[in-house]
Design a protein around this ligand. Sequence first.
Ligand SMILES: NC(=O)c1ccc[n+]([C@@H]2O[C@H](COP(=O)([O-])OP(=O)(O)OC[C@H]3O[C@@H](n4cnc5c(N)ncnc54)[C@H](OP(=O)(O)O)[C@@H]3O)[C@@H](O)[C@H]2O)c1
Length: 186
Amino acid sequence: MVSDFDVVVAMDLKQGIGKAGQLPWKLSGDMKFFKELTSKVESPGKKNAVVMGRKTWESIPSKRRPLPDRINVVITRDTSFAVPPGVIKATSLDEALSSLEQSLVERCFVIGGGEIYRLAVAHPGCRRLYLTEVKSEFDCDVFFPQFDQSYSLLSPSALQEDNGIEYAFKEYVREQESGIFPEEAE
Ligand SMILES: NC(=O)c1ccc[n+]([C@@H]2O[C@H](COP(=O)([O-])OP(=O)(O)OC[C@H]3O[C@@H](n4cnc5c(N)ncnc54)[C@H](OP(=O)(O)O)[C@@H]3O)[C@@H](O)[C@H]2O)c1
């Protein structure tokens, strides 16, 4: 069982994250950031886990899934939903975390989409938000949820740009980890 996880998301100025089952933008620098963050491990023999909703799983082209070098976990209420060998299926976020073997998993990332982010940011196990802020407004039909003030912003990155679209990497940490109010962490 894994108890802690981080969230990774790219969202626009209105917290839009998706349109018609796909990402509303193509940002190669953000894709590279996502791949490196979610794949990189310190301990040989361990892997990171990526936990996603069934619709996000289906948004990944079939030849690109499961996401390589990571343990893929798909959340669905449909117990007959078919996933390839090696991919874990879970009926809730808690079941997804319980299904991961702590000794084999270095870090766990919740990677979307909107329904699963809603569960994740309110979950006590959520430690960090890696949030790519896209500095434009897109026509979106799925949104990132509001998150409360227990998340504090660390310094954002310098502005990046792909295809004329500007964006910045932001990292939010929950207070008990940042040590801002250490007495509350006890
Ligand atoms: N910008 C980003 O960083 C980013 C990242 C990821 C995804 N996205 C976008 O987000 C969109 C998809 O998001 P979405 O909100 O529509 O779908 P989603 O969160 O990916 O998946 C929703 C599905 O998850 C399952 N689910 C949700 N809550 C559950 C619960 N409490 N217990 C068990 N299963 C549960 C259900 O699957 P079943 O219906 O099978 O039961 C539900 O239909 C796409 O447009 C995608 O491109 C954007």
